[in-house]
Design a protein around this ligand. Structure first.
Ligand code: ADP
Ligand code: MG
Length: 665
């Protein structure tokens, strides 16, 4: 395809500005869709107020008079005949337009109308009249130095000269089926719409195309993965595995059993496992991953479990060690804070195959880490890892089976998109004997009640989490911080109970220590930021108090709440906020993470849902999987059918351009 720099008007400076907004190719340029449109409606002099904004078209009646001032400034005056009367127009610093503003020329003037003087002070003059009563003007995301007008010009130049080169990702048959316009025409219209109806029509077409290409790619990846057969084929000693499962101190729930079956089937197959295990917080995903690791071990392979935080990695490590204490399995922990010498030893032993199972953080995917025969990789709280990290992990070892675990239930729409290339197991049911967590919404005036509720629990030897949005004071002094809270809590409970702090900026050794003390029960009140959010499991903690709860998304609150209610004792979650209480009230009614994530989604979009934003993951240019769910489903259906047909016809015929359409790279 022609290079971007060949587009008329795009010099080196424009090129670097365009790069700044992620436009590198002509295709990027012409699919830089407007993020909104300004609708200009032709005004009427008689109906416009004094000093009101006006857009009006007409014919120039008098030769423009040009006045030049100091410092290169200038002003032009002329009379304009419009449908609602004759009006004076003045415009500053457009001397360069003088030759084009001939008597009789039709123009559109945008500006402010001084009714008494009957003069419009124009901010803009367009050398065309409004062809209809309305003009729809695209507005683009840009960067400083790049005007909306120049973006529009580059796009139109690119379309004019190279429009035919832009690939259309919708196969012929679907273009026909849905009576879609061709790509070039559609792009022309989206950038220069003449009517709202036309705009709507091509928007649907372009959304469909984007979703079709995306879903095709997802389906294709899934298919490739299945076809390649290049995964590890685990030969598992089922008798030993079942014995291990019965040795677990509790009985698996039905959903857990099904998930284990899914995973074991995948492990045994020669296809590579690429499975997402979704389950609400507290549903017991971890044990499923431990069973998988043990199965992998039984068939002679190493396995790795990657957690997003050190706290969680340590917790998993301790639990797995405990579970395997009678067995000869070698389990190790590798995190950022593992000392160098120890790291070196672990690297060596992983390479030599002396370590069977490794648990850790990102440290597991560092360059230096080599495995002897890695057969299974598990990532916990998978939504916290970006795509690149996911891929890094996949590239380790031969082609290990991969199990992703996510505790943030993902609405179906999003699951279809970001995880469209994966198989899915879902744990809905919670382990037996869990009592529902009672949720309260309290205002700051009711702090006394909250302290009383905490005290009641502490007296029963239960533990309490207290959450603040920030660690330390920032400019905004009204936000509660971990350190403020510690002072408050010390005042209220410091004499009788041990209170401590944990947060993301602490050295990891210190964090571990605190966490250990909390697990052992020697700390009764743990004050924290959301580091506690993912995965931490202390059954004796029965109360979760969240300050400034309005600052968190519902999914985050649900995750935080999920830290309690892990044992058989009744638990409670108290949300403190003076604002946004209507949204928070949802938490009282709903305890199904899937429902909550849908709500969150409606309220805040997907940003919060996935914790950290995953760049590259969800960057649709025009479609929005939630709003365009119907189109998404249709595109999914069509692309599946199309893929199947292409596969049956001729494997190699699969449209190169579709597969390489890197919407999700
Ligand atoms: P999550 O799915 O949020 O990661 P965990 O795996 O941490 O949940 O499990 C939460 C708690 O429930 C753990 O203490 C775990 O040992 C316990 N658990 C898991 N499965 C069961 C079960 N079937 N019966 C009883 N307790 C269980
Ligand atoms: Mg977990």
């Amino acid at each position: 395809m022609t290079e971007l720099k060949n587009v008329k008007g795009v010099g080196p400076k424009a090129l670097s500005l365009l790069n700044k907004i992620n436009i590198y190719t002509i295709e990027d340029l012409v699919t830089h869709y407007p993020f909104r449109y300004d609708v200009l409606e032709r005004g009427d002099l008689t109906k416009t107020e004094d000093q009101g904004h006006i857009i009006i078209d007409g014919k120039i009646e008098s030769v423009p008079i040009l006045m030049r001032f100091k410092a290169g400034l200038n002003k032009m005056n002329f009379r304009l005949v419009t449908q609602s009367g004759v009006v004076g127009v003045s415009i500053f610093n457009r001397a360069f337009l003088k030759n084009q503003l001939q008597v009789g020329t039709g123009v559109t003037v945008i500006g402010k109308y001084d009714k008494k003087k009957n003069v419009i002070t124009a901010s803009e003059i367009k050398l065309e009249t409004l062809s209809n009563k309305v003009k729809i003007e695209p507005v683009y995301h840009s960067t400083s130095g790049l005007t909306n007008k120049s973006i529009a010009t580059y796009i139109n130049m690119a379309l004019l000269f190279y429009g035919k080169e832009i690939p259309d990702y919708i196969p012929e048959e679907y273009i026909k089926k849905y009576n879609f316009l061709n790509k070039k025409t559609a792009l022309n219209i989206i950038h220069n719409p003449s009517t709202i109806e036309k705009l709507k029509e091509v928007t649907i077409r372009l959304k469909y195309e984007e979703l079709f290409a995306f879903m095709f790619k997802m389906n294709y990846l899934k298919y490739e993965n299945k076809k390649n057969n290049k995964g590890v084929k685990h030969n598992i000693d089922k008798e030993k595995l079942n014995k291990f499962i019965t040795s677990i101190p509790f009985e698996l729930t039905k959903d857990q059993k099904t998930a284990v079956d899914d995973v074991i089937n995948d492990l045994e197959s020669s296809c590579r496992m690429n499975r997402l295990l979704q389950g609400d917080v507290g549903s017991g995903k971890t044990i499923v991953s431990f069973i998988a690791m043990y199965a992998s071990y039984l068939s002679g392979y190493q396995s790795a479990l990657m957690a997003p935080t050190e706290i969680l990695a340590v917790q998993h490590y301790n639990n797995l060690k405990q579970l395997l204490k009678d067995k000869k399995v070698s389990v190790e922990l590798l995190t950022g804070s593992t000392i160098k010498k120890e790291k070196q030893r672990i690297y060596q032993e992983l390479k030599d195959g002396k370590i069977d199972m490794i648990i850790g953080t990102h440290a597991l995917i560092q360059e230096e880490v080599e495995y002897s025969n890695l057969g299974l990789v598990i990532t916990d709280e998978q939504h916290r890892f970006g795509v690149n990290q996911r891929e890094n992990l996949q590239n380790k070892g031969i082609k290990p089976d991969i199990l992703y675990m996510s505790a943030t239930p993902i609405p179906r729409t999003y699951a279809l998109t970001i995880y469209g290339d994966m198989d899915m197991s879902i744990i809905k049911e919670r382990p037996k004997g869990r009592q529902p967590i009672k949720t309260y919404v309290k205002s700051n005036n009711e702090i006394k009640d909250v302290l009383q509720m905490m005290l009641d629990e502490l007296k029963q030897n239960h533990q309490v989490y207290v959450i603040a949005p920030l660690i330390e004071d920032s400019e905004n002094e009204s936000i509660v911080t971990v350190y403020n809270l510690k002072d408050q809590m010390m005042l209220a409970f410091g004499k009788k109970y041990k209170i401590d702090i944990i947060h993301g900026k602490m050295a990891s050794g210190a964090k571990d220590l605190i966490m250990q003390e909390f697990v052992q029960g020697s700390i009764q009140i743990l004050i924290s930021t959301t580091v506690i959010e993912v995965g931490v499991d202390v059954a004796n903690a029965t109360t979760m108090v969240i300050f400034d709860a309005n600052r968190f998304g519902l999914s985050t609150l649900h995750q935080l709440r999920g830290r309690v209610g892990r044992g058989s004792d009744a638990s409670q979650c108290i949300l403190i906020s003076d604002s946004d209480t209507k949204r928070l009230e949802i938490m009282k009614e709903v305890d199904d993470g899937f429902v909550i994530s849908e709500e969150d989604f409606k309220l805040r979009g997907h940003g919060d849902l996935f914790g950290t934003k995953q760049s590259g993951d969800m960057e649709f240019k025009i479609a929005n999987p939630r709003d365009d769910y119907k189109i998404l489903l249709q595109a999914k259906k069509d692309s599946e059918k199309y893929l199947l047909k292409e596969i049956n016809n001729n494997e190699n015929m699969i449209k190169e351009k579709l597969v390489s359409s890197i919407i999700h790279s």
